[in-house]
Structures are given as structure tokens and as C-alpha cells.
Design a protein around this ligand. Structure first.
Ligand code: T1G
Length: 684
């Protein structure tokens, strides 16, 4: 018996223990070890029950996703699940931690479940472009009912174990020792009642069709473009037509289709890319990471207040510093209102909102933030303003305190110019709205100390942000690539495409919103100002000319009621013929020949711009690897997860194809930025 799975019989109960750190994933060794242990336990006539438990921080957290893409080794997980479901001896699962995917399927196949309070249960397979592959779609409806199972499986969302036994999902709950609880449950209940045969009957549900239609309309639709949710729905509906075994066979076929799909390959890549981005290659550090408990946010505008809320939600104490009482009050009330609406929506409790506010201190005095461990400057995007703040900070806080700027494109080395201890200066670039968007771009300057970087990477995990470490360049990684994406949208406008046509093309590609609608929402003047401050702005007269003309004519987007689109008071978007005339006249002056493009040509051109800029970023080592870039685009810009990110998408297109397309665009437009990045040659 491998030490990954062991079995010990004590007092007529066989305890099977799995110990496969870090998350007891169901590797081939665990699967075969589990089967052997079951056989051994079932052969022991002196026992009346079997308990399955796990060492470490969690019960089984799922199949071993590192195995995907390899030839699956025997035994397959469904065979293990069926062996448990058909066990002659009652089996009790002792649950703790995150019981996910195959782990939850194993638990559902057991006749009984006991759990530690706070355990989470889930079937997150859709997040990997999969469906539960070992019977979850057949087992869960028979335990939770069709509708709740539909919701859990299609959304992939976990639930908390009920605090008390519901005798369906869980038969006993403890807040101390889950093995002791399982043993006690075995002796007090199972011994006398014996096993309860697993319910493998067809699920009788009169309103099954309504439940299916509701799921299609409200659940599947939220995962636009993804195939796994649809297949999950199909598999779940098998429970109303077939027995458990028959349904498991049929659903396995759908699982294999998902597993072998490009969407699942991309989403599994995305899962590991985000993990890899959290662990950048850094020189080893001797000193312990900096302890960050007291954080000052400077600037109580939308970004500053959003950052403050994100920190408060993570249990930190926050100083919110503004230049005057009026600005401070506005920021404080924005936070209070947002917290109270979160309470109303049931996102947090009254008590939690109260505790968060209790940890928030507003001030206009630098002297009151002297004991900060970290300061995040989120003030006006002006170098003069930021340097003034950093000079004051240098004179106020300890030299150990990390000084971070939330700037989205200013040169952080230049901000640090006014600071003596430059090694503690770093960029922490949050994305708006900061208390919702997961991405945190961490920007190292030429002086940033490794300990400061590592401390900020750990800090990102504390505040539940997806960290991505990048180097210093204009726009860092996300916004630098976003500029190439917007550049091409602007050029297409001059070539005769309408804003609707461009936006629809990118929505059809899979983006949540089109680039021009996004631009109108955030304000066209933001990019306009940034371009004015860009040291190496393109001299091409057509470069963002469309956007510049709109700003020059006072059309800044939603906030002025018109931008690329016209807006009514409810902000409904409608096309605006004036806009097309502005672009047409400008194009004529530049002798730009009108073209007509298909939706695919439009989206391909903008995505190729992203890919080439990303390749240049890798060439310049501004990002360590493609995973960092893809993590940024998945978490900061809503790139379709089922494509894995721009760089993985390029890999799926084929780098040879990408290079040919770039060469053709370079040929067609004569623009330098279409020259294929030399980095691509290293991939061919
Ligand atoms: N397989 C392999 N490795 C995994 C893993 C998994 N399922 N889950 C996590 N890891 C690694 C992870 O890469 C990292 O490794 C370490 O564990 C700690 O993870 C048949 C087909 C469990 C909530 O989707 O959600 O079952 O970087 O940093 O923040 O129907 O990991 O240290 O080397 O995330 O405490 C379904 C995915 C699989 C769960 C823990 N299960 N994992 O979070 O730690 S498909 C999942 C998570 C399936 C069946 C189907 C989280 C976590 P390293 P971590 P964490």
C-alpha cells in the first residue's frame, strides 16, 4: 500500500487515509491506492463501516489537473466512484477544507458524509471547460434535487457545508475533529441502521423541463461562448431519463468531449497561468516578508475609495488621506454607501460592514499616517502631484514603509526621483472598480528591492487579488497592449467601419464589451490626456485621430452624453451619424481609402495587435512569460477565458499563421507597429 493511501481498522471500522499534498488531488496513485484500500477493507469481515478521510488542509480538491493532456492511467475515476457507490460495506466520507470536483464526487458516492463546519463543497469543472467527469452530474441531483444541482454545476460555485446535518448533503457536522465525528456517527448510527443503498433511481421531477429552460436562460447564458455549461445541462437531464449507472456512462462521454476540447485546454492553462503569475522568479531573500497591517490610501476618489474598500474587506486597517475635508468626506460617504448597499444585497452582514468601517480612519494630516506599513498613492494622474506626495511621505513614514503608486501609466522611476530610499518604491496598479476587479499589476522599478516585491506579491494574495509582476514601461503591460487594441479600433473608424460594427465584432469574438463602448464608459479624455504625456507618442497623424477629434469637439463619452455613440438620460447607446461624418472628413484629408471588413477581420486585427504587442513585451522582458500577460488580460480586461488569453490564443492559432498575418498587415498598412515582433521568431 503506497503511503499516499493507507487503511487502518480500529474498533470494527476501517479508516482509509489519503495523504497527497498539497490538496489530495486524485492522481493515478491515489485512485489505485483508494481502490486497493477499499478491497482490503471490504475483505475484513470484522468491520461494519469504512471511513475515508484526508490528511492536510483539505479533503480531496479534485482530479489532478496536472494529469490532463496525458494518457489517463487506470483506474479511471468513475470506476473508483462506482466501487464506492456499490460498496457492500457502508462508507462515510469525513470532509474538511475544499471538497471540489472529483473529491465531491467521491463524497457523493459514499452512503454518508460528515463534515467540519465551514467546509466548502463544489463542482467547479465548468471553470476548467469541463463537466464533472465521475458522476457528479448524476449523483448531485439525487442528493440536492435537480434545480439546486443545476445551479451548482453550471455556475461552478461552491457552497458552504450546512451548519447542521440535513441528512442529505451531510449526516453529521462537527467543529472539532472530523474523524472522531465520523467514528462516532458510525457507531451510534451506521452500526444499527446498516448501509443505505445509494439512490440510483430516475429523478422524478414534473417541472424538469421548466428547470432546464430556467437554467438555459439564467445560467448557461451567463457563460457566453462556453460549451461545457451546455454539456453539463445535458448530462444533468440524464438523471430524469436514466438510472445512475446508465447516466454515468453517458455523461462520461460528454466529459471526454469537453476534456479534449480547445476550450478546456485554454481554461486549464489559465488556471495554471494564474498560479504561475503568483510565483515570479525572484532572487531568494533572507529577511522575512514585511508585515502589512496598516495601509494608507492617498486619494479618496473612485480608485482610492475602491482600493480602501478592498483592503477593509481583507481585514486590514486603513487610513484614507485626502488634501481637504470636503474631498475626504466625499470619499468616506462613498465607502459607507457602497458598504450599506452590499449589506442590502446580502453580500456582507451588518456586523461585517460595521467592523470594516471601524477599521477605516479618514484624515487630512500626514502626521496621522506615520505608522503605516504600506502607502498606496491613488491621487490625480499628474507627475507633479505625485512627486509632491512622495516627498511628503518620505518625511513622514519609516524607511521600512513601502511606498506604492496606483498610477496607470506614469513613470514610477520618475516618481521615485524625489525619494531617498528608492528601493521601497513600487507600483500597485489596481483596475477600476478596484473593490471588484481581481487584477493587481505589480510594477517593479529599477530600484525596487526584492523583499518589497515579494511582500507585495504576498499582500496581493491577502487582499484576494490576482497578482501579475511587470517591469516599467509606458502603460506597463495591460494598458500598453490595450493602447495597441484601441489604436486599431480607431484606424478602422477612419477606414469606414462604424463604432457598432467594431464593437459587435469584438463582442462576437467573446469580449464582454466592445472597445468603443468601453472607451465611452471610462471617458475618451482619459486616453487623450495619457497620450499627451506619452514620451514616445506615435507621430502618425492618424494615430487615435478619431478619439482625439471627439475629445476636441467635447464628446467625451457617457459623461457628456455623447462620444463614439449618443446617449439618452438612461445611458442607452445609439449610433450618431455626426460621428461618422467627423471620421469620414478626417479620413479624406489623410487620403485614407475606405475599406469594408468582415466581423472576423475586425476582431482578428485588434487581437493580432494585442498579440504582437505582447510578444514585444516578452522580447523586452517587461513580463517574465506569456502566463503573466495572459493572466493580466483574463483578469483585467475580460479576455475570453476559453481562449486562455491573447498569447495562448496565438499559440492555438499557430505562431506561423500569426507571423504571416502580421506581415500581411505590415505590407497592407506600411505601419511600423505591424512588423512581427522578433520574439515570434524565437517561438517558430
Ligand atoms: N490538481 C492538481 N494541483 C492542484 C489542484 C488540482 N485539482 N488544485 C490545486 N492544485 C495545486 C495548485 O496548482 C498549487 O500548486 C497548490 O495545489 C495550492 O493551490 C473528475 C475532472 C483547492 C481551493 O478545479 O480551486 O475534479 O503552485 O495555491 O489558494 O469531475 O487550488 O503550490 O505547486 O490554489 O489554498 C476540480 C482547483 C478539478 C480545484 C486551494 N477541482 N483548485 O486553493 O491553494 S477537475 C478544481 C482550487 C475534476 C472531476 C473533474 C484551489 C483550492 P503549487 P492554491 P489555495
Amino acid at each position: 500500500m503506497s503511503n499516499i493511501v493507507s487503511v487502518v481498522s480500529q474498533n470494527e471500522v476501517a479508516v482509509i487515509t489519503i495523504n497527497n499534498p498539497p490538496v489530495n488531488a486524485l492522481s493515478a496513485e491515489v485512485r489505485s491506492g483508494l481502490l486497493d484500500a477499499l478491497t482490503q477493507a471490504q475483505a475484513d469481515k470484522s468491520i461494519f463501516a469504512i471511513v475515508i478521510q484526508c490528511e492536510g488542509r483539505t479533503f480531496i480538491a479534485g482530479a489532478d489537473i496536472k494529469e490532463f493532456g496525458q494518457t489517463p492511467k487506470l483506474p479511471h475515476l468513475p470506476d473508483v466512484v462506482l466501487a464506492i457507490a456499490n460498496s457492500s460495506v457502508p462508507i462515510i466520507a469525513a470532509l474538511h477544507g475544499s471538497v471540489l470536483g472529483g473529491g465531491f464526487e467521491i463524497a457523493l458516492a459514499c452512503q454518508y458524509r460528515v463534515g467540519l463546519k465551514g467546509t466548502t463543497l463544489g463542482l467547479p469543472e465548468v471553470n476548467l471547460g469541463l463537466i464533472p467527469g465521475a458522476g457528479g452530474t448524476q449523483l448531485l441531483p439525487r442528493v440536492l434535487g435537480l434545480s439546486k444541482a443545476m445551479n451548482m454545476i453550471i455556475t461552478g460555485k461552491s457552497i458552504k457545508l450546512p451548519d447542521t446535518a440535513d441528512n442529505a448533503l451531510v449526516h453529521a457536522v462537527t467543529d472539532s475533529d472530523v474523524l472522531a465525528c465520523a467514528l462516532e456517527f458510525s457507531h451510534t448510527f451506521v452500526k444499527s441502521s446498516g448501509g443505505q443503498k445509494l439512490n440510483n433511481k430516475i429523478v422524478e421531477q414534473d417541472d424538469a423541463e421548466d428547470i432546464k429552460q430556467h437554467a438555459l436562460k439564467n445560467l448557461v447564458s451567463k457563460r457566453k461562448g462556453q460549451t461545457a455549461p451546455l454539456k453539463a445541462l445535458e448530462a444533468i437531464m440524464y438523471t430524469t431519463q436514466y438510472s445512475l449507472e446508465e447516466g454515468m456512462k453517458k455523461s462520461r462521454k460528454l466529459f471526454l468531449e469537453c476534456r479534449d476540447s480547445p476550450q478546456s485546454a485554454a481554461m486549464r492553462y489559465a488556471f495554471f497561468a494564474e498560479k504561475k503569475a503568483q510565483k515570479p522568479k525572484l532572487p531568494s531573500i533572507s529577511a522575512p516578508l514585511k508585515n502589512i497591517e496598516k495601509v494608507t490610501v492617498i486619494g479618496a476618489g473612485t480608485m482610492g475609495a475602491g482600493i480602501a474598500m478592498c483592503l477593509l474587506a481583507s481585514g486590514l486597517s486603513v487610513y484614507l488621506l485626502e488634501i481637504n475635508a470636503e474631498n475626504l468626506e466625499r470619499g468616506m460617504s462613498y465607502i459607507k454607501n457602497t458598504l450599506s448597499s452590499s449589506v442590502k444585497k446580502g453580500r456582507i452582514s451588518e456586523q461585517q460592514a460595521f467592523e470594516q468601517l471601524a477599521r477605516l480612519t479618514g484624515t487630512t494630516e500626514y502626521s496621522s499616517i506615520a505608522d503605516s506599513h504600506l502607502v498606496i498613492e491613488a491621487a490625480f494622474e499628474s507627475m507633479v502631484v505625485k512627486q509632491d506626495i512622495f516627498a511628503k511621505l518620505e518625511a513622514t513614514v519609516s524607511t521600512e514603509c513601502i511606498l506604492a503608486s496606483n498610477t496607470s501609466y506614469l513613470d514610477i522611476d520618475e516618481i521615485a526621483y524625489v525619494v531617498t530610499h528608492k528601493s521601497r518604491v513600487i507600483g500597485l496598479h489596481f483596475f477600476s472598480p478596484a473593490h471588484i476587479m481581481k487584477l493587481l499589476e505589480i510594477v517593479k522599478t529599477k530600484h525596487t528591492d526584492t523583499n518589497v516585491i515579494s511582500s507585495c506579491m504576498a499582500f496581493a494574495k491577502t487582499i484576494k487579488k490576482q497578482a501579475a509582476l511587470v517591469g516599467m514601461c509606458y502603460g506597463f503591460v495591460g494598458n500598453r497592449m490595450y493602447a495597441s487594441y484601441g489604436r486599431e479600433a480607431n484606424f478602422l473608424l477612419l477606414e469606414g467601419c462604424s463604432p457598432e460594427q467594431i464593437d459587435k465584432a469584438l463582442v462576437d469574438f467573446g469580449m464582454a464589451m466592445g472597445p468603443l463602448a468601453v472607451n465611452d464608459m471610462s471617458g475618451i479624455d482619459i486616453g487623450y490626456k495619457a497620450r499627451k504625456e506619452n514620451p514616445n507618442l506615435s507621430v502618425d497623424p492618424a494615430y487615435f485621430l478619431a478619439a482625439n477629434l471627439l475629445v476636441d469637439s467635447g464628446r467625451l463619452g457617457q459623461k457628456t452624453g455623447s462620444g463614439f455613440y449618443a446617449y439618452d438620460e438612461k445611458l442607452n447607446r445609439t449610433s450618431d451619424p455626426i460621428v461618422m461624418d467627423i471620421f469620414k472628413n478626417a479620413a479624406q484629408k489623410l487620403n485614407i481609402v475606405p475599406q469594408s471588413y468582415t466581423s472576423e477581420e475586425i476582431s482578428e486585427r485588434l487581437v493580432l495587435a494585442l498579440i504582437n504587442e505582447g510578444a514585444n513585451i516578452l522580447q523586452e522582458s517587461i513580463a517574465e512569460n506569456a502566463e503573466v500577460i495572459d493572466t493580466i488580460w483574463l483578469n483585467g480586461y475580460g479576455f475570453p477565458r476559453y481562449y486562455g488569453g491573447p498569447m495562448f490564443y496565438a499559440q492555438q492559432l499557430g505562431w506561423k499563421y500569426v507571423k504571416e498575418k502580421l506581415l500581411a498587415l505590415h505590407q497592407q498598412t506600411g505601419k511600423d507597429w505591424w512588423k512581427p515582433s522578433t520574439y515570434i521568431d524565437s517561438l517558430l
